[in-house]
Design a protein around this ligand. Structure first.
Ligand SMILES: Nc1ncnc2c1ncn2[C@@H]1O[C@H](COP(=O)(O)OP(=O)(O)OP(=O)(O)O)[C@@H](O)[C@H]1O
Ligand SMILES: [Mg+2]
Length: 371
């Protein structure tokens, strides 16, 4: 009897890791499922700059051996206790498009999509793994006025929109190799955007715009009813803020990085020189984001309810205020750890550090929900 109970207990109480290897740092989160709840066990981040001989906060391109070394280090430093978990795949290693297909059954669709996908994917279809989901139809809008010629336009073939996602098999193999060499039992991969959505969205009826401010780039995703409807990459990120502070104040990048993280942007006059410098890059990012949002709203005749800021760059002081001004819509800073249970004394620090852990937390949650 005791055995039976201990087995049940074990099965119900599993720990999983969420791993997010970003361009500038690795983030890990370990969760444990207890009953129906997710409990935070440990988390940690490690800058990759030093593994490539550049400053903390900078984007790097590392050889797999260096990634393996860094991942091994952070798993040890964070005192993780499990080898099970999942890994995010960078959005930049994927191709995402919305395609139009006739309304047919799932099975027929599964046969048609790989053929249709050739038009959108610039590499041989055998070199990629494909995934897709059907985008739910909007409420039907009245088209054409009664009696007008438009009202009697010949019926078109009914079509549906499909979100098509492709990942290079080679990329998947590289990640599998890293996981295996680190000795992890993480055979589970997910494109970072889907992990992020899980960590920040509930049931939003209106579209929301997720803004992921990383080191070298800012990724934008417009998500409507849980499905990614549009995406865009801006070639500016938080490291550009550091670089402009560094050149404007003639200080080394590592000092500028510290200034960015401690001072950031304030509207008071105390740090006007830094604030003005910071605002240049931030304005560039948000004016492009605003443009993407405006286009989407015009194309779909729908307004975007709010923007949610994620990624390490979004933690900068004053950034949410700058975003509100530029985007002219409600802006929220993500608080992914609010989805899990943690000791009360950690609440403030988790809220402050949360944005950079959004994707890592999201992928760990998926594993928890699946177990
Ligand atoms: N508290 C902070 N204030 C300001 N900037 C910060 C803060 N914390 C981190 N950053 C900046 O955020 C950037 C890293 O963000 P993040 O870890 O989300 O990027 P990444 O995941 O490595 O990149 P990507 O998602 O593009 O692959 C760095 O440039 C870093 O300087
Ligand atoms: Mg990232």
């Amino acid at each position: 009897m005791a055995n039976l109970f201990s087995n049940l207990f074990k099965k119900n109480e599993v720990s999983v890791l969420g791993i997010d290897i970003g361009a500038s740092s690795i983030k890990i989160v370990q969760l444990r499922r207890k009953g129906g709840r997710a409990i935070l066990e440990t988390y940690g981040a490690l800058s990759l700059g030093p593994y490539a001989g550049v400053e903390i906060g900078r984007a790097t391109i590392l050889q797999p051996e260096k990634v393996i070394a860094a991942l091994t280090d952070i798993l040890r430093e964070a005192k993780t206790t499990t080898k099970r978990g999942g890994l995010t795949i960078p959005f930049s290693s994927t191709l995402m498009s919305v395609i139009e297909m006739p309304v047919v059954g799932e099975r027929e669709l599964a046969q048609m999509i790989p053929i249709e996908a050739r038009k959108y994917i610039p590499v041989p279809i055998t070199e990629v793994s494909l995934d897709w989901s059907i985008i739910p139809k909007e409420e039907i809008k009245a088209e054409g006025r009664e009696g007008s010629p438009l009202g009697s336009v010949a019926k078109k073939i009914e079509t549906q929109n499909i979100l098509l996602v492709a990942i290079h098999n080679e990329t998947l193999r590289e990640y599998q190799d890293i996981v295996q060499k680190v000795g992890l039992d993480a055979n589970f991969f997910e494109i970072e955007i889907f992990s992020t959505i899980r960590a920040v969205l509930d049931k939003n009826t209106q579209p929301v715009m997720i803004v992921d401010i990383g080191a070298a780039t800012t990724k934008l995703y417009i998500v409507d009813r849980g499905i990614v409807r549009a995406s865009h990459t801006i070639n500016r990120g938080s490291q550009d803020i550091t670089m402009t502070i560094s050149s404007a104040l003639s200080i080394p990048p590592d000092k500028a990085e510290i200034m960015k993280r401690t001072i950031g942007w304030t509207s008071d006059a105390s740090h006007k020189d830094i604030a003005d410098t910071v605002a240049v890059t931030v304005d560039h990012i948000f004016s492009e984001a605003k443009h993407v949002a405006t286009n989407y709203q015009a194309k779909h005749s729908k307004s975007i309810e709010k923007a949610i800021l994620v990624g390490g760059g979004s933690s900068m002081k004053g950034l949410t205020d700058l975003a509100k001004n530029s985007l002219e819509m409600p802006v929220e800073l993500s608080d992914p750890f609010s989805k899990v249970e943690a000791p009360a004394f950690l609440t403030d620090v988790l809220r402050k550090n949360g944005p950079e852990f959004t994707a890592a937390l999201g992928i760990a949650l998926r594993r928890i929900q699946e177990e």
